[in-house]
Design a protein around this ligand. Structure first.
Ligand code: AHR
Length: 317
């Protein structure tokens, strides 16, 4: 049996490869905070079924300790591999070392960790900084030099998309002195919190009259915020521009209704490339790239949002 050393820096860890097929894979999912997350879960289950994989699913309900317990349980069960969508970026070293000691490869899905990359086989995700930058650059063009006070709904504190999408957006608007982020707070990637935080932004900003644009780190928070803007008597998409990330069906409905302006797509199919990488690894020891990048593209009201909604509405969102 071919053995391949995965950890260059800590050479004691080896994973058994070349054994054929990953039969049993544990999947530690964050929870179901957003439409995008629900779709990722659905797609992962479908991909596993299509490939004859026994997928053991664990929903962490947004808590890192639940994810760590799930990983330890997967290790104890002797699964062939683990998929991990990590809720936050820090605090994974010990459990990833335990998986490596058990020779179980871990693949990260959609979010990153700050651990030594030698502790996981590969990560499948988008360029999260790029997503934020695309959103920022869209706003620079949309306001065309006019003064613009922006409120920002951040994702889950300490998560890689919240950190990177914030940085990316700031890069996108850097140099546009007319654009200023005046308020920024977490909405935890949920619709409910997005609405609540937007209500407080509106109250603090002259009923919304002093807000030119909302940047939300995901569509669900944007959809919640759109509701808050409407309840405040303003027109989202016109009085307050709305740009967000994910490209879920509901934001396409908002784009079609003129209530949102732009979204940057995050594909929910992270599992396909992850299973491909694991299959090659188990077949003949092929080491995947450390980061398998998925595409992100911008959609606006000009990109047939009604058609995009129809195309996506039954995909598990
Ligand atoms: O990690 C990806 C992010 O997590 C998605 O953009 C968001 O909707 C989800 O909660």
């Amino acid at each position: 049996m071919l053995k391949r050393t995965l950890m260059a820096s800590v050479a004691v860890f080896t994973f058994a490869a070349g054994a054929g097929h990953a039969q049993t894979i544990g999947f530690s999912q964050i929870g179901s905070e957003s439409g995008w997350r629900a779709a990722e879960t659905t797609v992962t289950m479908q991909e596993a079924e299509n490939r004859g994989i026994d997928l053991r699913f664990s929903d962490a309900q947004q808590r890192q300790e639940n994810q760590i317990a799930a990983l330890r349980s997967f290790i104890a069960q002797g699964v062939d591999a683990i998929l991990l969508a990590p809720v936050v970026a820090t605090g994974w070293d010990s459990v990833l070392e335990e998986a490596a000691e058990a020779e179980i490869p871990v693949v990260l899905l959609d979010r990153m960790v700050d651990s030594d990359p030698d502790l996981y086989l590969t990560a499948v995700g988008s360029d999260l900084v790029h997503e934020g930058r695309v959103a920022g650059e869209w706003l620079v063009e949309a306001v065309d030099g006019a003064d613009c006070r922006v409120v920002e709904l951040q994702g889950t504190t300490g998560s890689s998309p919240a950190i990177d999408r914030k940085n990316g957006f700031e890069q996108g608007i850097a140099g546009a002195d007319n654009i200023e982020i005046v308020r920024s707070q977490t909405g935890d990637f949920t619709r409910t919190r997005g609405k609540e935080v937007m209500e407080s932004f509106l109250q603090a900003e002259n009923g919304g009259a002093d807000i030119c644009a909302l940047y939300a780190h995901n569509d669900d928070m944007a959809v919640g915020a759109i509701q808050a803007i409407k309840e405040a008597g303003l027109n989202p998409g016109q009085d307050i521009l709305v740009v967000s990330i994910d490209a879920v069906p509901d934001i396409f409905q908002a784009l079609a209704a003129g209530e949102a302006n732009a979204t940057v797509e995050l594909t929910p199919n992270m599992a396909g490339p992850a299973f491909d990488a694991l299959e090659a690894y188990f077949a003949d020891g092929t080491m995947p790239e450390k980061f398998i990048q998925t595409e992100s593209r911008l959609y606006t009201q000009a990109d047939d949002p009604a058609g995009e909604y129809e195309a996506r509405k039954d995909l598990g969102y």
